[in-house]
Design a binder for this molecule. Sequence first.
Ligand SMILES: Cc1cc2nc3c(=O)[nH]c(=O)nc-3n(C[C@H](O)[C@H](O)[C@H](O)COP(=O)(O)OP(=O)(O)OC[C@H]3O[C@@H](n4cnc5c(N)ncnc54)[C@H](O)[C@@H]3O)c2cc1C
Length: 403
Amino acid sequence: MKIAIIGAGVAGSIFAKGLANTPGIEVHCFERIAPGEHAESGTGLNIGPNAVQALQATDPELAQKITDVSFAWSGWRVSTMGGQELFNLKLKDIAPVEGWRLRWAELYRVLREAAGEAIRYNCTIDAITPKEDGTGRLDVAFTENGEAKTLADVDLLVAADGRFSQVRTQFRGPVNARQVGVGIFRLLVPNTSNGLIEDYEQWFNGPNRLLGYRVPDDSIYMSGTFPIPVGGDIPDEMKTREALRLAYTPTDGKLSAQGEWLVDLVTDENVDLHWARLQESPLCLREENVNILYLGDSSNGMVPTLGQGATQAVESTCAALDIVKKFAAVGQYDPALWLDTITKARQDRLRFVMDFSLEASDTLLAGSDPVSGTLKKTEAPFQAKLSQLYNDFAVPTGLLEEV
Ligand SMILES: Cc1cc2nc3c(=O)[nH]c(=O)nc-3n(C[C@H](O)[C@H](O)[C@H](O)COP(=O)(O)OP(=O)(O)OC[C@H]3O[C@@H](n4cnc5c(N)ncnc54)[C@H](O)[C@@H]3O)c2cc1C
């Protein structure tokens, strides 16, 4: 069984490592960047307890390696920029383990090192050609270190090539992302907060929100959002330091000590802000007549509100690994059956997580009242969904027992 994985990001690296020594499986993971090039992109990540639990169950050694380069994500506190606390959740009250907070580049480094030689770097994909024999297999033409090559007779192609997936674009056309009407910026800087910023927190001024936490090695990751016209670009005038100061300062001018430090940081001329917009792609797990599985953002680009992008990439990959390994253990190598089972295992779960992430974005939208909106999140219905989010990660019972 020959498996080609396109992309060695979160999903691709974990999948490549997990399959590397599985009997009967030959795995090739193609990554376009050079080895050791783990772009920072001004980013830290908080990864949810659901991914931690999933990886601990599927690959405990890899989970420990991530724990070693992370701080625990223990709590989630929300307050106003003036300092009024609205929400304060201890993750341990809702899930058996805490989450991770770490630098994006460190996560990639650990995952790629663990996958070792299963990853082929400096590879670009030139053509993916389904075979005409009705088997659903494919040929992959690629360029590796400048040399054109072909991997023929691929039984299963895993598109783990991220939100702007080349594979998905080839088979489905350009991804028609839904814009939510929120602009977002992010930054990663050395920690100069003197203990003001530690675990995951959010601060609101109207619907304008800052989010921040400390990551190893003593850096602060921060992001900020504010409403923009739905479907429109972020207005240039909103990107100025004056506009940002105005957006995050209450009308009475009173900022908490944290608030003051945060506003000074985002309006500091020497700090690089990376800009994007909140958007969601239509859910898509597989192709029908050709053996392609979409894994991670290529399948389910979602709004980042609950920190579930990488979290779901981990969760989906663990589920796919559990299923594939179970089939391989009983000598069942039919990719169509694998695709059916993985789709059944993940479809409803991913729909729930995407919808819940969108629902939780209500306080970021134009005209929203973050105080009442956040207080609502302390009530039973939201907390029950949060518990479902952080705990219902496993492949539904029955699906694996049928194998
Ligand atoms: C600013 C920001 C903050 C985020 N914060 C969080 C957070 O706090 N928590 C969270 O859970 N998620 C967060 N996310 C989302 C998270 O980063 C993604 O959901 C996650 O990386 C998806 O994993 P993936 O494996 O699907 O794709 P990626 O990690 O994007 O990996 C795709 C890989 O494919 C490679 N590739 C792409 N095209 C090709 C090609 N044609 N050929 C070869 N290789 C290719 C890329 O180089 C890359 O290595 C954040 C995202 C952003 C942008």
